[in-house]
Design a protein around this ligand. Structure first.
Ligand code: AMP
Ligand code: ZN
Ligand code: FE
Ligand code: FE
Length: 282
């Protein structure tokens, strides 16, 4: 029986509601899942209720986009308290930055002759965080492009005419904030933006002293060799290993929750995480 510690709902850029995700996890016979929406924990309550009803353990989580020496990384936070004042304020800052950026992107599109209204965007992203993936879906829906990747390639990615940067926290600051909120900070998919793991050792020498406690080792695109490299580093720094599918729903064809034919994530990883969390609290 697998678990899945990395999933997205429509509270960020996934397409399923938290309840639908939990029902899918039940159908796939997963014993536990974490909801890790981008920059928000707003879907956690619904996931918890669904988990209780269906007998699936739910781990409260979040995935925070951060920057370190101008490179973007993602930090997962588990069991953090979304109401801890500093953490809550930091999330609000990110959410406001997103809103400002979305308006700027729409303005740039308008200047390019593509009229997409804020109302249309809100209807695509009814809950939680709105980001470029929603704008991409809107561009597909309005027939401007034929796919989400075309929307990024032609308009939304860095260097393209509707690209706008957004504020993100420094990696060390995000780790500190998660820790202050009582959470466990984990580096997500370390191969992202660092495919040969060249920068990872140096990154760890800064993030571990700040309170990083784990690395995501089990991930759909990680080969066994990659997992071994990550495990060796984790061992050196006494870090937890985690894993998950990064499932976003049907928007990404061919993807699924963990287990079955997809990445298998051993339940022991969650037991070890909870043990560490309890020890810290006692
Ligand atoms: P945002 O957080 O609004 O900047 O959007 C970032 C998200 O957009 C990433 O997490 C990806 O899910 C998605 N994304 C980024 N680049 C691309 C791309 N070239 N094609 C499709 N999706 C992308
Ligand atoms: Zn995403
Ligand atoms: Fe990510
Ligand atoms: Fe993710």
């Amino acid at each position: 029986m697998s678990i899945d510690l990395h999933t997205h709902s429509h509270f960020s850029d996934g397409t399923m509601s938290p309840s639908e995700l939990v029902a899918l996890a039940k159908a796939k016979r997963l014993s536990a899942i974490a909801l890790t929406d981008h920059d928000t924990m707003a879907g956690v309550e619904e996931a918890m209720a669904a988990g209780l009803a269906l007998g699936i353990e739910i781990v409260p989580g979040i995935e925070i986009s951060v920057s370190h020496q101008q490179i973007e990384y993602h930090i997962l936070g588990y069991f953090a308290d979304p109401e801890q004042p500093d953490f809550a304020a930091a999330l609000l800052t990110m959410q406001e930055a997103r809103n400002q950026r979305n308006s700027k992107i729409l303005e740039k599109l308008k200047a390019l002759g593509i009229a997409v209204s804020d109302e249309a965007l809100q209807s695509i992203s009814a809950q939680g965080q709105t980001g470029r993936p929603h704008i991409a879906r809107l561009l597909v829906q309005s027939g401007v492009v034929t796919s989400i990747s075309q929307a990024f390639d032609q308009f939304l990615k860095k260097g393209r005419p509707a690209f706008v940067t957004r504020f993100v926290h420094e990696a060390v600051a995000a780790v500190t904030l998660i820790r202050q909120a009582g959470g466990i900070a984990v580096l997500a998919h370390p191969s992202y933006n660092d495919p040969a793991l060249i920068r990872l050792p140096t990154l760890l020498t800064e993030l571990v002293p700040a309170g990083l406690e784990g690395i995501e080792a089990y991930y759909p695109t990680h080969s066994r060799a990659m997992r071994k490299k990550i495990s060796a580093l984790a061992h050196r720094y006494n870090l937890l290993l985690t894993g998950g599918s990064d499932y976003h729903g049907e928007v990404r064809p061919g993807t699924s929750l963990a287990g079955g034919g997809n990445v298998f994530v051993p339940p022991e990883l969650l037991l070890k995480m909870k043990e560490r969390w309890r020890q810290r609290r006692s």
